[in-house]
Design a protein. Structure first.
Length: 391
């Protein structure tokens, strides 16, 4: 009974906080730390109250003692995952903190919380990103269809040619970043090999595909940065290893499963591109120096242009780059440098930046879905519905 009233009170308090944070994020693009800390305080109070109930043995039924150790383990894993999502540039700090708050609150709210799954943070991440990506893809497709219906045939062909040229240009640019390609091939090949090991040695080896792809989404940007310098060497080494493996039957079987992992990565690539669109990293705008402020996210092209035009200034002020954009000091220094009468690169006055899209609402939606599905994912729900429809 105490757990029920505690969960009800916690849900009411967090609902008010989430509504405020979603409204502020939509209006200003910021999530205030004070509101997140207040939510974490509510969660900590509920955790301590339920822990005291278990210790004192009052007002049964109480949660088992094993729950609290698992909860702390879940909290640590969630923090590490959120940190990696922030460090890799997938989410800004505010969204990562809100993700931590939602992940810590859910085990205290789900009925039978003592049995929440070990991969609850992965389920929450999937329930946040998959619905958001699906909506974004449908919106993009609907917008493209409306544009095609309004345009004449010549205009449609011109748009297709422009899109193809842009795609070729993007592919050429990606080829100049071998670290990203090497990291992607390595991770997807590992996925295929892991699947082979699971099929051959399932009694001692277990692998969750959803867990692997969720971790890949976090690890890929980080590994790409590590392979930025030796990416070509890594690609050459991978080709050499593949050549040696092709000489033995077991090696050829491993290569076949590695290729399977790469082909299975196509839906992941679509999903990852949709996520980039959701977070605004594929939306570039040009701003004036006067519009540079704390939180401005400079485009990669502009940063390269700045490094080439003013290497000393770049190394002195942009040695540290943050996923949340410029710090206040970096913004002021860059603005002053561009507006100097003797600036060495007048073309830097056209500042390339990325726009950001509010994401707090999708985190709230994902938290509600995870609660409603008792820790399961929308993907499992779709699989279950498909099986029922097929009889």
């Amino acid at each position: 009974m105490l757990h029920f009233f505690t969960a009800l009170t916690l849900a009411a308090c967090l609902s008010v906080l989430f509504l405020r944070m979603v409204r502020e994020d939509n209006a200003t693009g910021k999530i205030r730390n004070r509101l997140v800390l207040r939510g974490l305080a509510f969660v900590a109070a509920a955790y301590l109250l339920l822990g005291l109930q278990t210790l004192a043995g009052i007002l049964p039924p109480a949660l088992p003692a094993a729950f609290f150790g698992r909860y702390l383990q879940h909290g640590l894993i969630t923090f590490v995952a959120a940190f990696m999502l922030w460090k890799s540039g997938t989410w800004p700090a505010g969204d990562a903190k809100l993700f931590i708050l939602a992940a810590l609150a859910i085990p205290l709210l789900i009925p039978g919380a003592a049995y929440f799954p070990n991969t609850l943070f992965i389920a929450l991440l999937i329930n946040i990103l998959v619905p958001a990506a699906v909506v974004f893809i449908f919106q993009a497709a609907a917008s493209a269809c409306r544009g095609a219906l309004r345009a004449d045939r010549a205009g449609v062909f011109q748009a297709v040619r422009c899109a193809a040229a842009k795609g070729a240009e993007l592919a050429a640019a990606k080829l100049k970043e071998p670290g990203k390609a090497a990291a992607f091939l390595l991770l997807t090949a590992l996925f295929g090999v892991a699947r082979f090991l699971r099929d051959e040695y399932s009694a001692v080896f277990h692998m969750d595909e959803l867990l692997f792809f969720a971790l890949m989404m976090v690890v890929w940007p980080l590994l790409s940065g590590l392979l930025k310098i030796g990416g070509r060497a890594a690609l050459g080494g991978a080709a050499l290893c593949a050549g040696f493996c092709s000489f033995s039957p077991f090696g050829r079987e491993l290569l076949t499963h590695a290729g399977y992992g790469i082909t299975r990565s196509i839906p992941f690539l679509v999903f990852y591109k949709a996520l980039e669109g959701l977070m605004g990293r594929d939306t570039r705008v040009t701003i004036t120096p006067g519009e540079i402020s704390q939180g401005t996210v400079l485009s990669g092209t502009y940063l390269k242009k700045l490094e080439k035009a003013a290497p000393d200034f770049y190394s002195a002020h942009f040695r540290e780059k943050y996923p949340d954009g410029l710090t206040g000091q970096q913004a002021e220094d860059l603005k002053a440098f561009i507006l100097r009468p003797d600036t060495p690169a007048p073309e830097l006055a056209a500042v390339g930046a990325h726009t950001a899209r509010p994401f707090a609402a999708w985190i709230a939606v994902g938290a509600l879905l995870t609660l409603a599905l008792h820790g399961e994912t929308v993907i499992n729900l779709c699989k279950y519905a498909t099986r029922r429809l097929n009889g």
